[in-house]
Design a protein. Sequence first.
Length: 419
Amino acid sequence: MEGFQVMGGEKIKGEAKAQRAKNAVLPILAAALLADGDTVIRQCPDIRDAHAMAEILQKLGCACVYADGEMRISSQGLKNWVMPDDLSKQIRSSIFLLGPILGRLRRATVTYPGGCEIGLRPIDLHLKGLKALGVKILEEGGVIRCDGGSMRAGDVYFDYPSVGATENVIMAAALLPGLTTVHNAAREPEIVDLQDFINAMGGRVRGAGTQVIEIEGVNALRGCVYTPIPDRIAAGTLLCAAAVTGGEICLRGVHPWDLIPVCDKLREMGCRIHEEKEKIALWAPRRLKAFSRLQTQPHPGFPTDMQAQMLAVSCVAEGTSVIVENVFENRLSHVADLCRMGADIRVNGCTAVVQGVEKLNGAKVAARDLRGGAALVLAALAAQGETLVERAALIDRGYDHLERTLSFLGARILRVKLL
Ligand code: EPZ
């Protein structure tokens, strides 16, 4: 097992380029199955979830090679419609493969991906969307057998704007003759990126980013070369690193318009932020002020994937901050470890009330989920003394060598092997 050893107290200072988006790359990897040719994903982040997804594609009969920062997928060989059980449990995003496998092979068998640290992660909306397209679904013993023999374009309505369910339906409908319309679709930027990728393969998807998405099925999709959007969450995490250490950072290769809620909160805390087309510069005050209230919501609300990081930053801000996690039912597990570092946080249900303290103290803590782990690293940067953040592998799921980037920006952070 590996961990991050951090000696706190150094200001984050300098320039960095944001990685490309994990939550765009994962559905794009799945959508590559729809093409009967080769696809190259450029600037593919070197993260565990992307490699896990590539492994599943290989098990399904595709060739998938990661080299020189590019993921190359050849999906001509797709023949296996049964998702490997062990792998679909290893990465929840494997559920995104349902749509494209049905789109290409008109049948699919997957096992329930199961919950994770942040919640039960049900897939009822995924299944509802596919049933609306005529997919017959048999669920027994944790296995989901899908028969797409009579699939047809149609109208899909989501009771909740689920990101994954929206993406699954878009991919299932891309090769389905006729017009499929998704109502109350999720509006995240990663869905717009999936639309752009499918259209680059010759698809006809429109409306992503709004609540109504239309997919006009085409006969075939071809491979393409594609660069995913910047990772707004990884970028937001680096902005928080500068904010929590009283530093300054210039982030390049970012989309400021995808970070509006995050920059709004950091400005409320006293940070000065300058935005240009593909750049965000942030200067932090000596001491941050608490934001009054932060509540996570589907896009364009405040992103749940930035909640843990902002909660960590609020621990050393002057005043009281209230954080409400509305999207996942168990996404405050980082609070316990932040309290071990001296934070003053009270949790009641999905609400955390943080009384800012002058200083946190280094401690031995452990990541429990991807973004909670990143939040602990942020707290460690600001803490007095040494912190050991165990389970670096959880953080590596979504961050491309986070310790290298932070170290380059002045942090004293090492990746260490633990017994
Ligand atoms: C995507 O997960 C992201 N993952 C998550 O990022 C992100 O937190 C989430 O969207 C919300 O923005 C990827 O894109 C790979 P949802 P997803 O379906 O698709 C409930 C990270 O840290 N729901 O929008 O699973 C669900 O329980 C990860 O990078 C149902 O009830 O999110 C949750 O409460 C974490 N039934 C809410 O909707 C369903 O069928 C949001 O889930 C599906 C979801």
